[in-house]
Write a protein that binds this ligand. Structure first.
Ligand code: NAD
Length: 489
């Protein structure tokens, strides 16, 4: 397949003049394309063009902008076959999951197309009755969207769709591992004024150059906590607006009331939450706490289910888990697994190459008998690993879940209403899923407590992240106010 490898700058497709990026297929370890990164001059050209593009875009009425965003969503859906194939080739995620991702990506454009023409601000009670006081929402100006490789289009859309809907220009910087699916979107932006959306490629240096450019008003980032923290330090120097979605160490709790068929379902739900996209989801379940009374049957059911999972060619519709994205990500997960085993944990299942000769495959792992301080229970793994730990009741489970510097998501299985409400109240996480792990909803905010992030994506909050708030105070009369000078005379 011939891939689109050119950047979109100021409405034109151009070869990246910076260092080339070799894009690898993680299932075959072959280089499938070479993409030139954006040079320093091209980064500057993009930020310059964004200024004009933004003015032209914001001058289009909200209802018309909404129609153009719906058109984008339609274009995405129409391109599902082609784009999903590219995503699978560069990222290794199973084709079926990439097709879903495109559907969710299109849905985000549809959602924000409508939300943005509804939410313009509000009228508030004025100081004097004859006045008009308004709170209005304005675009930030130029926004940079820096995203990782695990959901390259969805995580871009959670920024691009609301930022555009709010009237911003957006410069997109995909991960150096997965630039192809983003660059393939270029034709979708033909109907927008030149410079409104620009697609760059490059590694961290291109991201850093965009973060430091004084013409960039807002930075929306998804990625690791280390990179996000570094970006925050730089951005705060010039008070660029920030929205950060970072790492996690999500817990899944199985309460003692869950038994029989429900326990079997909880085991299957937990396996999906831990292994989806080979565990490379920001909200992957990375710690499973099971009430001691249900521990043994839960582990048994989990193991039996894990044994049925198919690891292999991500283009095969019957594949459950594809390869991990890169040798480095696999090595990081394997190092954590090895350290856990060296520390006394039992490797109950997986950890091998699942019979594959090439590709960054890691057969889904189950770990038990973990020491409480095991690194695999505290640091983000981002791989197909399920550490299962027995706990003495819900209090202990919530305490363990909350004893983390991260707070992105948390999951609970329970049939007890009081336990569900208490978990919802006490878990320190941006999303708490009860009996339905990892289900996203465009209308609800997504983001993290603590070191998992700053700000929210999705929902009305995700639109406000790309808006400035202005208070306009209008007095139709020109008259002296009694509280002016002179005082007391
Ligand atoms: P990463 O932090 O290495 O890279 C993310 C992006 O930042 C890439 O585009 C990269 O090129 C860019 N970048 C790197 N250094 C930069 C710098 N100094 N300045 C500006 N940009 C820079 O993360 P990754 O390995 O691509 O993704 C995995 C991480 O993403 C995991 O930690 C995961 O938890 C996190 N993640 C979070 C969410 C969420 O919504 N909270 C979603 C998905 C992934």
């Amino acid at each position: 397949m011939a891939h689109a490898t050119r950047l979109l700058i100021d409405g034109a497709l151009v070869e990246g003049a910076g260092p080339p990026l070799a894009v690898e297929n993680p299932a075959t370890e072959e280089t499938i394309a070479t993409v030139g990164s954006a040079s320093a001059e091209q980064v500057e050209a993009a930020t310059r063009a964004a200024r004009d593009g933004q003015r032209a875009w914001a001058a289009i009425a909200a209802a018309e902008r909404a129609e153009l965003l719906h058109e984008l969503a339609r274009g995405l859906r129409d391109g599902t076959d082609e784009i999903a194939a590219i995503m699978t080739a560069e990222g290794g995620k199973p084709l079926v999951e990439n097709r879903d991702e495109i559907g969710w990506t299109a849905a985000a454009f549809d959602f924000y197309a409508e939300l943005a023409r509804l939410q313009t601000g509000r009228v508030i009670p004025p100081v004097e009755v004859h006045q008009l006081a308004m709170v209005v929402k304005e675009p930030l100006g130029t926004v940079v969207a820096i995203v990782p490789w695990n959901y390259p289009l969805l995580l871009l859309a959670w920024k691009l769709a609301p930022a555009l809907a709010a009237g911003n220009a957006v410069i997109c910087k995909p991960s150096e591992l997965t630039p192809l699916s983003t660059l393939a979107l270029a034709p979708l932006f033909d109907a927008l004024p030149a410079g409104t959306v620009q697609l760059l490629a490059g590694a961290g240096d291109v991201g850093a150059a965009l973060v430091d450019d004084p013409r960039v008003d807002g930075i929306a980032f998804t990625g690791s906590t280390a990179t996000g923290t570094a970006i925050a330090h730089r951005a705060v120097e010039r008070m660029a607006r920030l929205n950060l979605e970072m790492g996690g160490k999500d817990a899944l709790i199985v309460c003692g009331d869950v038994d029989g068929e429900a326990l079997q379902i909880a085991a299957e739900g937990a396996a999906w939450a831990a292994y989806l996209n080979a565990g490379q989801v920001c909200t992957s379940t990375e710690r499973i706490y099971v009430d001691r009374r249900r521990y043994e049957p839960f582990v048994e059911a989990f193991l039996a289910h894990a044994r049925t999972l198919r690891v292999g060619d991500p283009t095969d519709p019957a594949t459950d888990l594809g390869p991990m994205v890169s040798a480095a990500q696999r090595a990081k997960a394997v190092a954590q697994i090895d350290a856990a085993v060296a520390g006394g944990a039992t490797l109950l299942h997986g950890g091998d190459r699942a019979g594959q000769e090439r590709g960054h495959y890691l057969a889904p792992v189950i770990l038990t008998d973990l020491p409480e301080a095991a690194t695999i229970l505290t640091e983000e793994t981002f791989g197909p690993v399920a550490p299962i730990v027995p706990v003495d009741g819900l209090d202990a489970a919530i305490a363990l879940a909350n004893a983390s510097p991260y707070g992105l998501g948390a999951n609970v299985y329970t049939t007890d209403l009081e336990s569900a409400l208490r978990a919802g109240r006490e878990l320190k996480a941006g999303t708490v899923w009860i009996n339905d792990p990892l289900t996203d909803n465009d209308a609800g905010p997504f983001g993290g407590f603590k070191r998992s992030g700053l700000g929210r994506e999705l929902g009305p909050e995700g639109l406000e992240a790309f808006q400035e708030t202005k208070h306009i105070h209008l007095d139709p009369r020109i008259e002296r106010k009694e509280w002016w000078y002179p005082y007391g005379r």
